[in-house]
Design a protein around this ligand. Structure first.
Ligand SMILES: *Cc1c(COP(=O)(O)O)cnc(C)c1O
Length: 362
């Protein structure tokens, strides 16, 4: 008998997450110079890491032989102070993706249900599947999460409801009013997870933390991977009422976030200059694409994040054709959007190149 017969069936059945295609891999396969490749596939920061974070990492290198502070005291204290919480409300993760996993470890089993929107970030579905739970998908008309319908879908078995705000890959945001109404409807056995990976890009950011303050069954996830440009370091955090945060602390590995990442995140958190520059580059890039797509009569979803979804006919073909010319975008067939690609906002030069290559293949 093959060994897979002895494995958990929900692991065998899993379709693994397909990340944006790496630059090195593309260069190798196509015989291109890595420095000539434009990767606009994973919503990374086109300006690079926060300079303050780079400096902090250089300082931290000398202590690389010492285990990190597993409790992340300095970083959690800084996050708590910045957001007006107690350190006991802050949970660190190896990327905010790890906190998604910790939530599933803590609250899912084979009888549990997890609710997310039809075009939500796919990691929610992967995690529900990995933990053998039932994944419940709710329609999102016009690519916007329908929080009323999501609340209607809650049953006695629902443990987690994921709301990516703004959502990836759609780039859309839900209103404060919809959030407040939704939180009011949460039963005692269900936690709302507000994934705010792109929060810092928003011109009209929602206030979900007030619900955490009020002790509601709400957790907010943030990450250093996007605005701070630290995706390679794998660090993110959650803000939750103490009873939820305490459980997640039990579920994590003792040293889940590394010392370089903690030092970098601490410095990046208050690098106002880098944050503002990134927001400005993003604002200009979004405007560039929206104007270009409108001029070409292309269908796109207006975005408040650092990427944009555009309809191109055959997304897989356009992805492959663009790849051959050294521009990596993200095909969306895995998101039930086979006709679309998602393009991350880059520098002005990267955006111009991506558009030129897109024009040449569509
Ligand atoms: C990019 C992203 C994250 C961040 O993941 P990390 O593990 O922190 O790198 C989380 N949620 C969504 C919806 C994202 O798009």
């Amino acid at each position: 008998m093959p060994i897979s017969e002895f494995a958990n069936s929900f692991v065998c059945d899993l379709v693994a997450y397909e990340p944006g295609k790496p630059i090195e891999e593309t260069a190798r396969e196509l015989g291109l110079d890595p420095s000539s490749i434009v990767k606009v596939a994973s919503n990374e920061n086109p300006l690079g890491p926060s300079p303050l974070a780079k400096e902090a990492m250089r300082d931290a290198i000398d202590l690389a032989h010492i285990y990190p502070d597993g409790g992340g005291f300095k970083l959690r204290t800084a996050i708590a102070e910045k957001l007006g919480f107690d350190i006991s409300n802050i949970v660190l993760g190896n990327g905010s993706n790890e906190i998604i996993e910790l939530l599933c470890h803590t609250f899912l089993n084979r009888d549990a249900e997890l609710i997310a929107a039809k075009h939500a970030f796919v990691v929610y579905k992967l995690m529900a599947t990995l933990f053998g739970a039932k994944y419940v998908e709710v329609d999102d008309p016009d690519f916007i999460h329908d929080l009323n319908a999501m609340a209607d879908a809650i049953t006695e078995n629902t443990r987690l409801v994921f709301i990516a705000n703004p959502n990836n890959p759609t780039g859309t945001q839900v209103t404060q009013e919809a959030i407040d109404r939704f939180v009011d409807r949460l039963p005692a056995h269900t936690i709302a997870v507000f994934d705010e990976a792109y929060f810092e890009f928003l011109d009209t950011p929602p206030d979900v933390l007030k619900h955490v303050h009020a002790g509601k069954n709400v957790i907010v996830l943030r990450t250093c991977s996007k605005i701070h440009g630290l995706a390679a370091l794998r660090i993110g955090y959650g803000i939750a009422p103490k009873p939820i945060a305490d459980l997640l602390q039990k579920a994590r590995q003792p040293f889940n976030t590394n010392a370089l990442a903690q030092a970098a995140a601490l410095a990046a958190l208050n690098d106002a200059d880098h944050i503002e520059k990134t927001r400005e580059v993003n604002r200009q890039g979004l405007a560039f694409y929206e104007k270009a797509f409108a001029e070409r009569g292309m269908n796109f979803v207006p975005s408040v994040a650092n990427f944009i979804l555009v309809e191109v006919g055959d997304g897989d073909r356009v992805f492959k054709e663009m790849l051959k010319q050294g521009v990596i975008v993200r095909a969306m067939s895995g998101y039930k959007l086979p006709g679309w690609v998602r393009i991350s906002i880059g520098t002005a030069a990267e955006n111009a190149r991506a558009l030129e290559v897109l024009d040449s293949v569509r």
